[in-house]
Design a protein around this ligand. Sequence first.
Ligand code: G3H
Ligand code: 13P
Ligand code: ZN
Ligand code: NA
Length: 281
Amino acid sequence: MPLYTGTILKRAYEERYAVPAFSVHNYAMIEAVVEEARELQVPVLIQIGQRAIRYGQMRSLQNHIALQAAVSPYPVVSHLDHCHDFEQIIEALRAGLTSCMIDASMRTLDENILLTRKVVEACHAVGVPVEGELGAIGGVEDDVSVADDEVVFTAPDVAERYVRETGVDSLAVAIGSAHGMYKREPSLDLDRLAAINRHCGIPLVLHGGSGIPRWQIQKAIQFGISKINFDTELRLAYLEGLKSGCERHSDDPFQAEQIAKERLREVIREKIHWSFPGGLV
Ligand code: G3H
Ligand code: 13P
Ligand code: ZN
Ligand code: NA
């Protein structure tokens, strides 16, 4: 039986820290996450998102994560990010991912509940926890773009019904964060978050982590955020590092990639420190 990764978020929720979830796009990014998490001795989630899947990378990334997880002394969880349909959930379970998100938030509430419940049944049968989503988070996430005037914040009472009727283990909330970088400093609706937390009582997930300042992240953790997703800042740091690596080591792929990994690890280190406000566990 694989490690029931739902308990990792539950513990974070109870002890008021967040497990950072880093989106990865190649092997070097996986290694950078695992190496940094091991050095800081924290659990970590590694996300495979729709961009990587579109490039046909689900299985190869999962295999590489599994290799790293097998030798890591701290929990390394592979997570399917922003999945929109049931078939891809099954594909992910067969590939061996240990946590899944079903994002049917663009459907009607009843359809969202129906599909999410079906996903929860399938995933729980094999010990895999499920993250659901309610509301519309702003910004551009690989294949879905939500303009500012299309953002729909999560309603606490609807969230309560959604959680009760679907049996999800965690819930992604729309409270003012957005995918990608921000034009101006975001302002999270913490009162709404506190109300959602009171209504639902399960680990809550903050998407669009790139660009959110430390103080808002730490406030959000106080009100139930137990997982924070980071993607854009990681991609940018990695590519910036790779560019300077190629300039400095124009004939040595290993050395060039090392520079990229080091640059990425700096960002990961910062996000890990921000996610554990009471110090590292
Ligand atoms: O939303 C999450 C995806 O994994 C990535 O989003 O490529 O727009 O940063 P992004
Ligand atoms: P950012 O790209 O803003 O960090 O958002 C990541 C995310 O929410 C992935 O699901
Ligand atoms: Zn997201
Ligand atoms: Na963001």
